[in-house]
Write a protein that binds this ligand. Sequence first.
Ligand code: GLC
Ligand code: MG
Length: 599
Amino acid sequence: MMKKKWWHDKTAYQIYPKSFFDTDGDGIGDLPGIIEKLDYLKDLGVDIVWLSPIYRSPLADQGYDISDYYSIDPRFGTMEDMERLLAEAKKRNMYVVMDLVVNHCSDEHEWFRKACEDPEGEYGKFFYLRKLKKGSCGVQAGDSAEGRQAQYAVSSPDGYILPCNWRSYFGGPVWEKLPGHGDWFYLHVFHRKQPDLNWENPKLREEIYRMINWWLDKGLAGFRIDAIINIKKALPFRNYAPDRADGLCSIHRMLSDAEGIGAFLGELRDRTFAPHNAFTVGEVFNEKEEELPDFIGDDGYFSTMFDFAEAVWGSSPEGWHAAAQITPDDYRACLFSAQERVRDIGFLSNIIENHDEPRGVSRYIPEADLRGMDAALRLTAKKALATIYFFVRGLPWIYQGQEIGMENLPLHSIEEVDDIASRNAWEVMRGLGISSEDALRAIERNGRDNARTPFQWTAGHAAGFTTGTPWLQVNPNYRQINLEQQAADPASVFRHYRRMTALRRDPLYRETLVYGSFEPYLADDHNVIAYLRRSQTLTILVLSNYQREDRTLPLPADVRKVLLDNCTGSGSPAPLIQDGRVALTGYRTLVLELAQKSE
Ligand code: GLC
Ligand code: MG
């Protein structure tokens, strides 16, 4: 049996501070804005709050490029604001989690500045720096390892042969010229303003541990751990077969070769999180199957990690234009396989979206961008998706705006786009000869700005997010989709989320919904998503008719009670339950308490 932890029965929420709530009219959300909305989050039923980065940063990648880990960026507020947030959260029995971005820092961080001054000095060793030579590439092709190295070698525009041909996540080679030096280069697996930190260097690791402990001592509950799988590089640097015409290969190629990340992660846990009993959630994309117990088992490296099975489904190495659209049956297969994989080894963190992904309702509800659905059906479908992901085993996360069913952002021109990943995808697609119209549609479906538009509080100016001009446009649907309207409407997505968090907290059902086993139900029925949660004393069925058409579905036992109905408040008649079957209209979704077999 898995050890019980204090956070297992909680509900978690991700705030993207820049777009949450602005109190000073500069168009950028801030810490005082988060403090002001704590009661709102409490009312929604949230216990744990993760803040995307608010550290000092040039915001080249929206704060995932930190120039000082010990200070708050003035755009978000001050350290006093942060301390006040911690105190106010504590008063409400809420827990604050920050983003831990330690695969890289900003090129404006003091460490990197010092590395530039003296690449061979102490701080040069905090990064991956290499002094390179000019030469010609691709000369001695052959079958030996050396031959492959030479065959796949790539060079900088001015002729330096790069140590490896990896493609950075945001496009282009991972090697960039060290400012102020002709022949020194540094490694960045993300943007060039995000130089990678060298975890092989114990001095760097000590600096990181000191920083983490400093924050935990302040009263932080823990961290969401960014891009962590990248801290272990496959060394020495080597070239792999290119997978696109640019002669480069995906970072994933290197990651699957990198061995020994466990030593770093174990030390990180033992020196920081474990002594503080901190909560941690890893952003882990490429863990190796057999390593799951090491990552999130009892005493794993992290408390939990996100399940990205659905998010990565259909992605293509060629780029966004080639990504496949997920169907309800595929979605179910992802959800169920993740549950099967984790069993009771640990707890996954369940999401339908985050600040890097499109909006869940626009992605996982099949009518593409929902425009094909009438308003009532669209509402029912949004609440269906919510119910399905919320009650599988694991820790449910709500990303800001998800609780009011915010949707993807329609685009008219690339000029509107802020996200660097989208801008890179645009270059890639245009380079392949894809029309600007098609490229824009691909960005609408996949881009990170979808989730980053300001939270829609009201139908007023800038959706009530700011009195000024928002840093990123508000989704034009804010007059139809906003919290003010939904709080007053019993059929709204928001009110449904509130019912879900309340049900998960209900002492009668908590044990079953948190620790109960997970069992697929009607797993071969097209467009039906259903599963059982079972404890010693209770069985709960989540049953969704995830399509437009009506369906009558068999029940595995008598129904004792309807615990949740996604049409509550909408005026629809109660679902007809008769002769061991239940009639469900399109997207109707129920959570049912079943009679035990002996009754
Ligand atoms: C993670 C973050 C993403 C960021 C990247 C680099 O994937 O979630 O927003 O761009 O790491 O830090
Ligand atoms: Mg502000």
